[in-house]
Design a protein around this ligand. Structure first.
Ligand code: GRF
Length: 209
């Protein structure tokens, strides 16, 4: 089985990054290997996690560049040099341009803390609380040119409990993410995900369900 090199893009805490690294270590990522962390905030906690795990990083500060396209061209070159086949966005707080979205169409995924298409964009958990929904959740989707609009790969519902603090809800959503995201990456690595237009099908397999 050939290795599928992935690059994780993150800007913050990196709990999803850590979950992917841990899953790989436990042999739960199928043929995928975390080859690179791309981060737009060199001081973010996720960078420490990568260093501790011995994973290479590409760190940059957007303000050092004239445009988004300019730094994305640099990232694209880095990804090509490394043979990265899948981009996994995990709390990457920057909009992407066609420089990365086009060549990685069908090979770039994101995780979002709501049941899309409900509550796209920033602070999805806050949006759900403000709206007063009883059930929210998480979505893993392919990335297209829009904001959280790409084809849905997997979703999981999370009930909103009465008398629960926002922090407690966030923790449960995060725990669900850390469980689902590595699983989806392993499906991708095992070639079990097919994308037809907006419809994604997952072929059943013997590995991690
Ligand atoms: C996650 O909630 C993810 O859904 C969103 O950003 C958050 C990243 O958290 N896209 P972390 O950095 O993985 O802890």
């Amino acid at each position: 089985m050939s290795v599928l090199r992935i690059a994780v893009f993150a800007s913050g805490q990196g709990s999803n990054f850590q979950a992917l690294v841990d899953a790989a270590r436990e042999g739960l990522l199928g043929a995928a290997e975390v080859s690179l962390l791309v981060c737009d905030k060199p001081e973010a906690p996720v960078v420490k996690r990568a260093e501790a795990a011995g994973i290479d990083t590409f760190l940059f500060r957007p303000k050092d560049y004239g445009s988004r396209e300019e730094y994305e061209r640099e990232i694209a070159a880095k990804l090509a040099e490394r043979g990265v086949q899948l981009i996994v966005l995990a709390g990457y707080m920057r909009l992407l341009t066609t420089v990365l979205v086009e060549p990685y169409a069908g090979r770039m995924i994101n995780i979002h803390p709501s049941l899309l298409p409900a509550f796209p964009g920033r602070d999805a958990i806050g949006q759900a609380l403000e709206y007063g929904v009883k059930v929210t959740g998480i979505t893993v989707h392919f990335v297209d040119g829009g904001m959280d609009t790409g084809a849905v790969i997997a979703q999981q519902a999370v009930e909103i409990r009465e008398d629960e603090s926002r922090e407690a809800l966030e923790a449960r959503i995060h725990a669900a993410e850390m469980e689902l995201y590595p699983r989806v990456v392993s499906w991708f690595a095992d070639g079990r995900i097919t994308l037809n237009d907006r419809n994604v099908s997952i072929v059943s397999g013997n590995s991690w369900k």
